[in-house]
Ligand binder design. Structure first.
Ligand code: HEM
Length: 498
């Protein structure tokens, strides 16, 4: 009697499987000749073992700007839960942006009072500010994308998005004063100065910093000063009116409704705390400028990524479906853009979430603050002062989590999941780390979500796009993924907006 495993019904598939395995392991790679993370050349099947190792083990990433430990995804929950006495997001942020050098008023980074204001007032007011956000969006699109309904216009994607986002965000920060060219110029340039200066500073050996740092931060210093000069008259008038309103109800009535923006909330907060240093014009201007740092670049990257995803995958039906999503919701809401109508534009929301999913390389960067270091559940021990992070891109493209089409751009992916399990753009999770997760997750994400939906919605309703077939890849710069700087697209103002 022959062994059961020797029967042809078992032997044939086993032989096929073996042949396929041998072919997979021996076929020439289509990939370029690049160093492979986790590869040990003297091993058998080195790439297979590197893949296994990278899923399960921590790896060290040496970069010009510092050496980091990338933990395995299984440590994510631990990193999310760890208190500041073990792992600090704030200390990491300070070091990443070299805030002690790049921010002229270091008190802002040491005592980040603005976090509370972002999480409470900015988040709760975002819905009420939609009319202002829409007004500024329309004004900026007219300015940077034009109003010509006849000719196609070629516009640089990232650069125009950066300016539009800068204008819209600063409308919420300082009100109509955001239309001052000098103010906007200083804010957007400062938001670029700091990341560039911080990269140079991190590359520099510590002994050279005292000598070279003043030179490296010259541009940030200049733009801080220009920003202050441009905003000073508005702040001084606001401070006077703030006191006058409280001193005399008749004056308050004659002045009309109090402004509802970041500057005004900062004045109120400073006055409540009663410390005159906090309500000096310089400090208040600096607080506005400082908030440009975490908001402009991130939001511009998100909208540029979404724009390129929609235009360069040659799927006009996606744009048509999004327009229907927006117009049908607006029709049922008296044509009003408000928090109720935005909340119902599920396809718009899903598109943003889908696009932003691809921007993150690594997530949850934290500095080890415990003097004795931290031992992670994976068993790796990381000493004091080292920066750790967890995988972002691989988790957010994991086929076991996002399905076999995880690598595709599917704008309605999150709508298709059904209303029960649908996740909104700003909802974080250990499988969606674009805004971080847990107690240190981005406090500005609900505002960013409102702003991005208005910008994207306005863009889709008001412009046509020449579709393209090749989505240009994002460029990797260290651990950052950046859209190609010089990429242009062709747009034309729509004549009949349904
Ligand atoms: C699409 C746009 C945005 C993205 C993708 C984004 C992403 C992030 C991420 C990944 C973090 C780190 C979270 C962590 O490590 O756990 C963060 C932190 C932060 N974000 Fe955002 N952000 C965006 C927009 C904004 C906006 C508009 C604001 C302000 C109005 C803002 C304010 C902040 C602040 C202040 C922090 C630091 C929090 C801390 O130190 O604890 N962000 N953001």
């Amino acid at each position: 009697m022959i062994d059961i495993s020797m029967r042809p019904a078992y032997l044939a598939p086993a032989a096929l499987l073996l042949g396929w395995l041998v072919y997979q392991l021996s076929r020439p790679s289509k990939l370029p000749e690049l160093p492979v993370l986790g590869l040990r050349k003297d091993e058998w099947f080195p790439t297979v073992r590197a893949a296994w190792r990278n899923t399960d083990e921590a790896v060290i990433i040496p970069l010009m700007t510092g050496t980091y430990v990338l933990l395995p995804a299984s440590d994510t929950d631990f990193v999310v839960e760890a208190p500041g006495s073990q792992l600090s997001s704030h200390k990491q942020m300070n070091e990443n942006f070299q805030l002690e050098h790049t921010v002229m008023d270091t008190e802002l980074s040491l005592r980040p009072r603005q976090h509370q204001l972002i999480m409470t007032t900015l988040t709760s007011q975002a819905g009420n500010l939609i009319p202002e956000i829409l007004d500024e969006t329309a004004w900026n699109f007219d300015k940077y994308w034009g109003t010509d309904t006849k000719e196609w216009e070629e516009v640089p994607a990232f650069d125009t998005m950066r300016r539009i986002v800068g204008g819209v965000t600063n409308r919420v920060f300082v009100g109509p004063a955001c239309r001052d060219e000098a103010l906007m110029d200083a804010s957007t340039k400062y938001a670029l100065d700091v990341p560039i200066a911080s990269i140079l500073l991190r590359v520099l050996p510590n002994v050279l910093k005292p000598f070279l740092a003043p030179l490296i931060i010259l541009s940030a210093r200049l733009h801080t000063h220009q920003h202050y000069q441009a905003l000073k008259p508005t702040i001084e008038r606001r401070l006077k009116e703030f006191d006058a309103r409280r001193a005399d109800p008749e004056v308050a009535q004659s002045l009309g409704p109090e402004p509802n923006d970041w500057l005004q909330w900062s004045i109120s907060q400073a006055k409540e705390l009663g410390d005159p240093v906090l309500y000096s014009a310089k400090k208040l201007a600096h607080r506005v400028l400082f908030l440009n740092l975490p908001s402009i670049h991130t939001t511009s990257l998100a909208i540029t990524g979404t724009l390129l995803d929609l235009v360069c995958h040659n799927k006009p039906e996606h744009i048509a479906e999004l327009r229907t999503d927006i117009t049908s919701v607006l029709a049922k809401n008296d044509d009003q853009w408000n928090k109720h109508s935005l909340a119902k534009m599920h396809k718009l929301d899903s598109t943003l979430r889908e696009s932003v999913r691809s921007l993150t390389t690594v997530a949850l960067s934290r500095k080890v603050t415990s003097p004795s270091g931290v031992t992670f559940p994976s068993g790796v021990h990381v000493p004091y002062g080292v920066t750790v992070m967890v995988p972002g891109h691989s988790v957010m493209h994991d086929k076991a989590i996002y399905g076999p089409d995880a690598d595709e751009f599917k704008p309605f992916r999150f709508v298709d999941q059904g209303s029960e399990s649908r996740k909104a753009f700003a909802t974080t999770g250990k499988d969606f780390l674009s805004f971080g997760h847990g107690r240190y997750a981005c406090p500005g994400r609900f505002f960013a979500s409102t702003e991005l939906k208005v910008i994207l919605g306005h863009m889709l309703l008001n412009y046509d796009f020449q579709m393209e077939t090749d989505r240009p890849p994002f460029k990797c710069f260290g651990l950052q993924r950046l859209p190609p700087r010089n990429k242009t697209i062709k747009i034309r103002r729509r004549e009949n907006i349904e």
